[in-house]
Design a protein around this ligand. Sequence first.
Ligand SMILES: Nc1ncnc2c1ncn2[C@@H]1O[C@H](COP(=O)(O)OP(=O)(O)OP(=O)(O)O)[C@@H](O)[C@H]1O
Length: 504
Amino acid sequence: MNLAKVWNSTLGTMQIQISRHEFNTWLRRATLISLENGVATIGAPSAFFKEGLENRYIGPLRELIGNLVGFPVQVRVIIAPPAPVAAEHRLASREYGKDDDMPDLDESPGYAAANAQQGYVPANGYANGASNGSGMHNGNGNGNGYDRLNMQQLEFSSAMRSGMLNARYTFDRFIVGSSNRLANAACMAVAEHPAHAYNPLFLYGGVGLGKTHLLHAIGNYALDRDPEINVLYVSSEKFTNDLINAIRRQQTEEFRIRYRNIDILLIDDIQFIAGKESTQEEFFHTFNTLHSAGKQIVISSDRPPKAILTLEERLRSRFEWGLIVDVQTPDLETRTAILRAKAEQMSTHIPAEVIDFLAHRIQSNIRELEGCLNRVAAYAQLIGAPVSTEVATAALNELLDTTRRKRVTTEAILREVAEFYGVDLRAMQGRGRSRNIVVPRQVAMYLLRVETDSSLMDIGQMLGGRDHTTVIYGCEKIGEEINSDSRLRQEVVTIRDRLYQRAA
Ligand SMILES: Nc1ncnc2c1ncn2[C@@H]1O[C@H](COP(=O)(O)OP(=O)(O)OP(=O)(O)O)[C@@H](O)[C@H]1O
């Protein structure tokens, strides 16, 4: 039994099933220590993490490991700090920089409690996201030496450029298609002419579509051209945590010096500062200082400024000063190109038909595309077979179908679709044929078909007593249109994301 393979494969699945924050917080530093006599022993870095793992993930881990090894297992968690370079047992976190600002020293429950007492709860819901330091890049950094994770199959160079910029996130490695062409061009312009092209540049789009990649690409590009330039990449959560720590340690002056002496500020996921008054206040002054000094600011968010509720008006208006550009969900061609590029970087051979299969099957976002590709490669390695469409089907069925189908109910789909399109649920389930009802109804048919085990007949019954040919027509229509109509694709992806968020 190869422990590393079992653990990599387990993590690969978990990485897709739970949010990135959860994964990075709880599982990233766990290791599978042994698998003997039907007991899988998992090592957690501290008592805090041991308890977190036990409370949250024993069930899913038991199921996943059991499925992989082919017999039922019990899961036991013990405290065992990971060995320094146990790369085999680790999994690549593909979001370097953003979530790798894991607490080094302040990860104890005591810290969490301290934050909670002050009323500061990081946006990821875990009161443990302490600061790691500056994250400032002036071309002289040495890498931060954090406990990085590394999935064997990927064999990516995961070198972090001068600390917090991921050297892998460059323009060269960013595949451009119709969904991200504008965003890519705007970022390129900013990287070439900081503070002269668009300032600020505000980038928004759904999860896993490449916003972070583009922010890092700007930083990497600018540093290549001028190694003396000061580039700071920071998530808004880290900004918040740094501020909290600075206030706690009475070091707000240092905080200001650090954040206001930058040539290019790249701030990720700004939506998380919504509702946080003192963070907004501080960010407002940081923004003004930088902007009036002719420094570049690039901001990313999951939605446009107008849609960030509880964002102070003065910040919102500043975000709208420059250029606002969105990143959309990728079309089939772009998904295929991205998969091809990722597959080339892997040691496992991925045949063209598997790429095609994955590109058709995974429509939501690029992180999920990557995750599924990794999962398929890991699964093939585990069962000792070459990657094929059958292997990919088996790997993904287990992943996408079983777990999701269990969680998402037909009622939830109907409700979510009706709510999303703002139509009356009863009308959607009725006989009416007005256009504003027909599209939501077909989307519901499609999602019921893809996300649940409902039969065509059942789906027809749920949606106005229609026969199964009408349901097939509706499903096929949406299935085809989402490949060419980016707006419809985004709508379906958003509904699905909401469903999973609620079901999680
Ligand atoms: N066009 C692309 N070409 C190649 N890789 C991409 C592309 N877009 C995204 N990726 C990859 O997909 C993964 C997810 O991208 P990224 O983290 O940048 O998404 P994001 O939009 O910041 O997501 P979130 O909103 O969740 O923070 C990364 O590994 C990134 O390198």
